[in-house]
Design a protein around this ligand. Structure first.
Ligand SMILES: NC(=O)c1ccc[n+]([C@@H]2O[C@H](COP(=O)([O-])OP(=O)(O)OC[C@H]3O[C@@H](n4cnc5c(N)ncnc54)[C@H](O)[C@@H]3O)[C@@H](O)[C@H]2O)c1
Length: 272
């Protein structure tokens, strides 16, 4: 998600600093963005000058201090509260005091991240969808602690990126994932109960409900590890028995079948 966010902001004309834990990881982000933009130039959706201009607005670093002068920092690391809290604590000490620190979390409590900082009024959620350059929606999440000014700035930023923003309270799953993941979890349970094959369930939902992707195609795009983290969080917050993650999803994650990014998830992508 991090590289998608960088591309979106740079396309919108913002100067972007991408920070990864290693320089190799940071360089890989830039190469990945370049590869995507180069394909778009080949398809005549972008000129080569535009590609150069977008890349010229992105710099990469392995040093958190590289974010010191940013007006807005969007955290988009692994969906794990301990890792995110740790990063927010560090960011708060480094990033200039007037800057907003946002999270791209899909489900976690934004207020908990806000309270690890000395600027809880300047912390909010800015939740992009995957792939960020293509998906129009952004959810702006307002924890109890955020100021109206912070939310207004986040909404303005989303609009400047060409996105349709909705504002939502700080509840697990926000709008989209709170509605979507119980359905995806039910699809996995249906597969476990041998109602039908994954292919037939995908076909049924695409053709019967005019959805662009079936549930298993979507889970493999989102990532089964990310999906499991979201489902655990929904279950933890709402305590609905039906929200407990399907055992098959847990097993796929344990086996490393994380979806497209791992070459295998509900389907095998290793042969292209
Ligand atoms: N996958 C999706 O469809 C999707 C959609 C919207 C939002 N999100 C959210 O975006 C965030 C990232 O999602 P993703 O799918 O890219 O996750 P991912 O787990 O596939 O990738 C996370 C990246 O963060 C890196 N990372 C882990 N700990 C780090 C740390 N302490 N500092 C710096 N980097 C660290 C990992 O090396 C990895 O490159 C999550 O909060 C997720 O909920 C994901």
């Amino acid at each position: 998600m991090g590289s998608g966010l960088a591309e979106v902001a740079a396309r919108a004309g913002f100067d972007v600093v991408v920070r990864s834990r290693t320089q190799a990881g940071a360089d890989a982000v830039l190469h990945g963005i370049d590869a995507g933009l180069t394909k778009q130039v080949a398809r005549e959706r972008l000129t080569d000058d535009e590609r150069h201009a977008i890349l010229g607005r992105i710099s990469v670093t392995d040093d958190l201090h590289g974010l010191r002068d940013c007006d807005l920092v969007i955290e988009s690391i692994v969906e794990d509260m301990t890792a995110k809290r740790d990063l927010f604590e560090h960011l708060d000490r480094i990033v200039k005091p007037e800057a907003i620190i946002a999270t791209n979390t899909s489900t976690l409590a934004v207020v908990e991240l806000a309270m690890t900082t000395e600027r809880p009024d300047k912390v909010c959620g800015i939740h992009f969808f995957n792939p960020a350059p293509m998906m129009k929606l952004v959810e702006v999440i307002k924890p109890l602690t955020a100021s109206d000014e912070t939310i207004a700035t986040a909404l303005e930023f989303a609009a400047a990126c060409g996105k349709d923003a909705v504002q939502v309270e700080d509840r697990a799953g926000f709008i989209v994932n709170a509605l979507l993941f119980p359905y995806l979890n039910d699809a996995v349970k249906m597969l476990e109960a041998h109602y039908a094959t994954a292919e037939d369930i995908d076909t049924a939902m695409k053709q019967g409900c005019a959805l662009p992707m079936g549930p298993f195609e979507l889970l493999d795009v989102v990532g089964n590890d990310v999906s499991l983290a979201i489902e655990r969080e929904l279950y933890h917050e709402f305590r609905e028995p039906g929200f407990a993650p399907a055992p098959l999803l847990e097993q796929l994650v344990t086996a490393g079948y994380l979806g497209r990014k791992a070459g295998r998830g509900f389907r095998d992508y290793s042969r292209g």
